[in-house]
Design a protein around this ligand. Structure first.
Ligand code: SAM
Length: 498
């Protein structure tokens, strides 16, 4: 197997000496940890074993790794330490090791330290690798899905949950380098299963500098010497840690910044008048998205040109347009085959025969759309469409971008602009109303409230679930604009009843 593939399947990013030293020192100096037993379950070449020998002179240390070569390398690197007799290193597969038997007779304070593999289960299935929890020592992949809430999980997440199991009836600390998102998932799982048994701390690290990896990562400390609270303190780094914010659960939500949330939580509440939506989903951009070549002539994603009616074509803006505030012009149009989900599409045949013919010609590609949402639906169905899609004015924010960049979307060529399914938006009949609501959403109060709940390292940080927690009515009240807000509501009601 090519070296890099092997490295990938074992999530093999060896910790630089300096980072292991800093992290271990922090445990002794700041967390006042004095372990009887230190376990490094995936010790690799042994950076954390060496750091532990230096910082914890009298602790017993055991290291394991699946790679015999690394185990040998680690072993020989320890011999120069005066207390090297305290350490043993063995080749073991984490997933087949009998950890219960190993820990059975031990009653002292345990420190689980290290840097577990940086790989996800879906990476491993692409690699056809078996480096996964087996069915025998873990109920099954299904079981993992039930625990992590996802079919794709980080191997380190599973390992961390195992470590937490070891400490359900023992005293100790788990202190590992992992993705920031993994640490948060583990906190959530541990709180759910074990309540507030552990106190939690996250020290952000610069993974690019230490590992050349573009991922938000941290040194994650879970300890039974706790303050019995569900808070997790987040620090900027390991060297001179400065507390950035406190992650916690409040009102059933996981919050990034508890203090900010407390300041603005009176802005939360469901807004019945304004409903956040996501844009159109069609899963076949080659066919459904077209560029206008000249009046009436359109080019699809396969380089084919067709004369199509304009009835079903709408300007399309995507996350990259919204994220970069490019909202005055469009590059592509999208075929919107329905006014609402489930509508009969056969009417297109009479209303726009060229468009129908075009769809028929690409029937095979459209039929091949994998998602089960298209099963047993009218042919050429789309999703994320409704009356709201055709309103001329919108406020949009990209779910993928790392910035709360709300944009006004105005009609182009007198047509409502459609958005793709990575964009979240509100829609309005009138420009004035859209502008007023934009002023509420972009107020400091709203932005701080939303930011207190957004984890920017997520793949899709800005979700409808978060946006809908903001009550625009409450924001209007906060800004002394409630009357204006209600006035608009009255106008709307008058219009809709008239
Ligand atoms: C991210 S590296 C870190 C190594 C070491 N902990 C350090 O801090 O430098 C992950 C290590 O996990 C080991 N590993 C991967 N899968 C394993 C398994 N199933 N059991 C034990 N070790 C494993 C790899 O060989 C690799 O050395």
């Amino acid at each position: 197997m090519a070296k890099s593939l092997e490295k990938w399947q074992f999530g093999d990013f060896q910790t630089p000496e300096e980072l292991a030293k800093r992290a271990t020192k922090l445990l002794r100096e700041k967390h006042k940890i004095f372990p009887d037993l230190i376990i490094e379950p995936t010790c690799g070449k042994g950076a954390f074993l060496r750091a532990s020998l230096s910082e914890f002179k009298y602790s017993k240390i055991v290291g394991f790794d699946i790679s015999e070569k690394y185990v040998e390398e680690a072993k020989s690197s320890l011999s120069k330490y005066l207390n090297s007799g305290n350490a043993t290193v063995c080749a073991e597969d984490f997933f087949s090791m009998d950890w219960n038997a190993f820990l059975a007779d031990f009653s002292g304070y345990i420190l689980v330290i290290g840097n577990p593999p940086w790989v996800t289960s879906s990476d491993l299935s692409i690699l056809n690798s078996n480096n996964l929890p087996s069915k025998s020592n873990f109920q099954s992949r299904r079981g993992m899905e039930a625990i992590t809430g996802s079919g794709n999980f980080d191997i380190s997440e599973w390992m961390l949950l195992q470590h937490a199991q070891w400490l359900t009836k023992r005293e100790g600390t788990i202190a590992l380098l992992c993705k920031y998102s993994v640490a948060r998932k583990v906190i959530k799982q541990v709180r759910k299963k074990l309540g507030n048994r552990f106190s939690a701390f996250i020290y952000l690290i610069d993974a690019k500098a230490f590992f050349g990896a573009s991922v938000a990562a941290c040194f994650f400390v879970l300890s039974t010497n706790g303050d019995d609270s569900s808070d997790c303190k987040v620090y900027n780094d390991l060297k001179s840690p400065h507390m950035l914010h406190v992650i916690s659960e409040r009102d059933g939500l996981i919050l990034k910044d508890t203090a900010k949330y407390e300041k603005w939580k009176h802005l939360s509440g469901q807004d019945l008048r304004y409903t956040w939506r996501s844009g159109i989903k069609h899963d076949c951009s080659k066919v459904m998205e077209l560029e206008q070549v000249e009046n009436g002539l359109f080019l699809n994603g396969m380089g084919q040109k067709y004369f199509l009616e304009k009835e079903y074509l709408y300007p399309l803006l995507k996350s990259s347009d919204i994220g970069n505030s490019r909202t005055n012009s469009y590059r592509k149009l999208v075929l919107v085959t329905q006014k609402s989900v489930g509508d009969d599409t056969s009417i297109i045949k009479n209303l726009a025969p060229n468009t129908w013919q075009y769809l028929l010609e690409h029937d095979e590609l459209l039929k091949r759309r994998k998602s089960s949402i298209y099963k047993n639906k009218p042919r050429y169905s789309i999703f994320g469409v409704g009356e709201y899609s055709f309103k001329k004015w919108k406020i949009a924010v990209s779910g993928l971008y790392k910035k709360l960049n709300f944009c006004i979307i105005k009609p182009i060529d007198n047509r409502a602009v459609m958005l793709d399914d990575t964009v979240n938006f509100l829609s309005f009949e009138a420009e004035e109303e859209a502008n007023f609501i934009l002023s509420l959403i972009t107020s400091k109060a709203s932005l701080e409230f939303l930011d207190s709940m957004i984890f920017w390292d997520e793949k899709r940080p800005i979700t409808i679930d978060i946006l809908k927690r903001l009550s625009l009515k409450a924001v209007a009240k906060e800004l002394g604009l409630l009357e204006r807000y209600l006035q608009l509501a009255e106008v709307l009601r008058a219009n809709s009843s008239g």
